[in-house]
Structure formats: C-alpha cells, structure tokens
Design a protein. Structure first.
Lengths: 229, 229
DNA sequence: GCATGCCAAAATGTATACAAAATGGTGATT
DNA sequence: AATCACCATTTTGTATACATTTTGGCATGC
C-alpha cells in the first residue's frame, strides 16, 4: 500500500486513496517505464488481474490517462497506449521550449536563496555523474534540475502542464539514446543557463533554457527518426 | 483515423459516441456556461437523471473533467466544480501569455494566405461588433480570432493546452466584466498584433499578443478582486 | 443549554451482471 | 483456391447491486 501521489504531499487530513487513483498512478508508471509499450493494446481484464482491481476503477483510470494523452480510446474497440509519433513529439518540444523559457525567467524572480543553492548542488551532482559516465543517473539529475526550476517559478498551472509534457517526452527519450557529443553539449548548456540563473538574469536564463530545450529536441528527434537500427 | 475532438464536428464516418464521452461534453458545457456554479457540489444521482445516463458513465466523465481541472474530486466526499481562485487564474494567464506569444510567432511562419485573409475578415467583424456595442458578440469573435491564430501555429499540443487554459479563464471572465476603457484598449491591441501578423513579423506578433494577454489578465484579475459589488 | 456519542439515511467506491458490438474462424459458394 | 457470409467467442459499454463511509439528527449526559 504505497502512496503514489505525483503532486500532493503527505500533509493534510487522512488521505485515503481510492482504487482508481492508485490505478492511474500505476498505469502511468507502467507506461512511462515502457512496461506497456507504445502502440500496444490495453486489455482490460488482463490488467484487472495484474493490478488487482475490477474493471470499474480500471476504466476510470483509462479515461484519465486518455485525457492526459498517454492512451487513446477507440470507441468499442479498446484502448491502446498512445504510439510515439515523432511529429507529435516535435510539437510537444515546441511548447516545452516556451515553457522552459517562462519557467527560467520566473524562477530568477521568485526562487529563494535556498532553492538556488539547491540548484547549485544538483548542478554539481550533474557534473559528477557526467564525469562518472553514468547516463541513467545523469538523466535523473537532469530531470530533477528542470523540475526544480519549474517549481521555483511558483506557478502550479505551469508545473502541471510541464509535468504532462515531460511525461510524453520521457517515453520518446527512452527509446532514443542520443550520442556522446550531444551529451557533452547538454552539459555545456546547463553550465550556461546555470550561470544566468546565478546572477538572476531572467531574460538570459529563459533564453538559454529555451535553447537547451530546442537542442535537446533536435537530438531526440534525430535519434527517433534516424537511429532506430 | 478517428478524430476525438473536443468540438463536436460534423459526423464523419460512423460516429458512435459513447455515453461518457457525451457526458463529458455536456458537463463541460454546463460548467463553462456557469450552469454548474464554481464551488457547488456535484450530486451524482441528480446529474444522472438530468443527463439520462447511469452513474458509471457519469463518473467516468467526472474523472476526465477532474483531469482537466474543471472539477475537484474529494475521495469519499463527492465532487465539486472547481472554485474560481484569482491566484490560480493569474497563474493560468501567466502561461497563456507564453502560449499566445508562441502561437503568434508560429502562425506568422505557418499560416496560409487563406487563413490570414480569414483573420482579416474576423478582425473587421470584431471592429463592427465593437462599434455596435455588442459585448457578447465581440467576445465570441475575439475568442474565435485567438483560436484561429493558435490553429495557424500547426501544433496540436499547443492547441490542446490552449483550449484547456481558455476553458479555465472563460469561467473567470464570465463573472468579471471589465470596463469600457479596457474594451477600447483591447481593440487597439488587436489592431497592433493584426498589423504585425499582416506583415508576417513573427517576433512582433508574438510580443504584441503576449502584451495583449497580459493586459487582459490585468483587467480580469482586477475585476475579479475588486469589482464584485 | 451545550457537548458528545450513537444510529439512520444518503452518498460514494467498487464489483458484478447484462447487452451490444467487434473479432476470429469455419464453412459454403463461386 | 479465393471470397464472402455467418456464427461463436471475446471484449467493450452500461446498468445495477452491494459494501463502506460520510453526514445529519436525535437522544443522552454533564
């Protein structure tokens, strides 16, 4: 019985999870982990057994995930995990670029000293993990840094949108490992926007974060289109 | 290629709507129209009778609307129409500003000549409705213009996000009628970004649309906070 | 008079039953 | 041999039944 809340903290009144809420979290995790592969059909009864719930909460969960865009519901013909469409991913990145820029600028104006210090600490960790050549850890820290910047923007709507887009992109990234050169470039760009953030230069931070996002997009899309074999 | 559109389009192929899909559309319309007032409790069985469906599809619809942020689900304690929180609306507008800027820039680069011509036509209509002093018609055309610009950006992700934010803002706007001076200013700003769009000036169009969005936000928030009595 | 505890009614969460449509395979016809 | 039609199976969509939990009121006690 784990509390798999993506957003809400553990505080507040006794929070009794409902089954469909838990099912949403589990299914989302399964999709993001690639356990349910893009394009694959979602068999309701099979998942019911797997998750230990009946069809009702499972179906409610599927509607939520469909609203998030992670699954597609075809009337009377079942659900499929949304296939990864490079065109769609490109569109998502395009919006991400704008959101990163917004987040960077707002973070400069609204982040606390503690948050900036934490950002520095995470950036050092990113560096260390690059040196160690540990890709998965690097990406984990990378994601955390961006999430923190978004959190520093103090805008729940931005945060929610960002999380949704991140989920979509994450699935694409998992099957598009870009090369070592791009990895180096990514780190350099982090250096760049970190410098801007340190001096609270909102315009520069936003602009550099947007650049970083665009270059990441280019790399991911290139890997998606060309580097399958 | 089925189109699961938020707007009920003309019947394409055999379009077999499911009940919960229809319920989502109806409930969303009711919420946006203010028929279900913000903060009010949503009684399941009552709505079941009203919509002519049983609890199952209605509940599925409520999950979807909760994912969209239009209702809030409190475990074991029913659903409420999400109250209008000026702070949240402010946050939404902040993101909208970035999306408008993005849409304006992309529209300049990707819109077709026909679309720009249509935009001109709608802008003239906007003018006429301002002169006629017909507020509701003005706002309808206004929304249409912005929707068209977003469509010209050729980015379904942007379009979907934009639609979601628009829905939230619309509810706030419906109870915040701003004054005549702002109305005039709004029209002037439309003139401004239309000029930029006509000459395909992406940077200017984006910037002016962002300005327009920010000023609209200011007016709405001011009306929300101060102008209740 | 006010607070507390308990019970009844209502509402939510979940499971299951039923109806209708889609899927897949078999057999008949050309 | 290929195609079409038809039927059984499976699967989805919906309704309803059941189990908990919340809620409101009433009685009891202080």
């Amino acid at each position: 019985m784990d509390t798999v809340n993506t957003v809400k903290a553990a505080t507040g009144p006794i929070r009794r999870e409902t089954l469909h809420h838990g099912a949403v979290a589990e299914l989302r995790a399964m999709i993001l982990a690639g356990e349910l592969r893009p394009g694959s059909r979602v068999a309701e009864v099979q998942l019911c057994g797997q998750l230990g719930v009946s069809r009702t909460p499972l179906r409610e969960a599927l509607r939520v995930l469909a609203a998030e865009g992670l699954v597609e519901l075809r009337p009377r013909r079942g659900a499929v995990v949304t296939p990864i469409d490079p065109v769609e991913i490109g569109a998502v990145f395009e919006v991400m670029e704008a959101l990163e820029a917004l987040a960077g600028g707002l973070a400069c104006r609204r982040g606390t000293a503690e948050e900036f210090a934490e950002l520095d600490r995470l950036h050092a960790q990113l560096h260390a993990r690059f040196e160690a050549g540990d890709r998965p850890s690097y990406f984990a820290t990378n994601r955390l840094i961006h999430a923190r910047i978004v959190a520093m923007a103090r805008n729940p709507s931005l945060e929610a949108s960002y999380a949704g887009f991140t989920a979509k992109i994450l699935r694409a990234r998992s099957l598009a490992n870009y090369d070592a050169e791009r990895w180096r470039g990514s780190l350099d760009e982090h250096e760049g926007f970190m410098a801007a953030l340190r001096r609270r230069d909102a315009a520069a931070a936003g602009s550099l974060l947007a650049d970083h996002s665009r270059r990441t997009a280019d790399a991911v899309l290139q890997a998606l289109n060309g580097g399958s074999e």
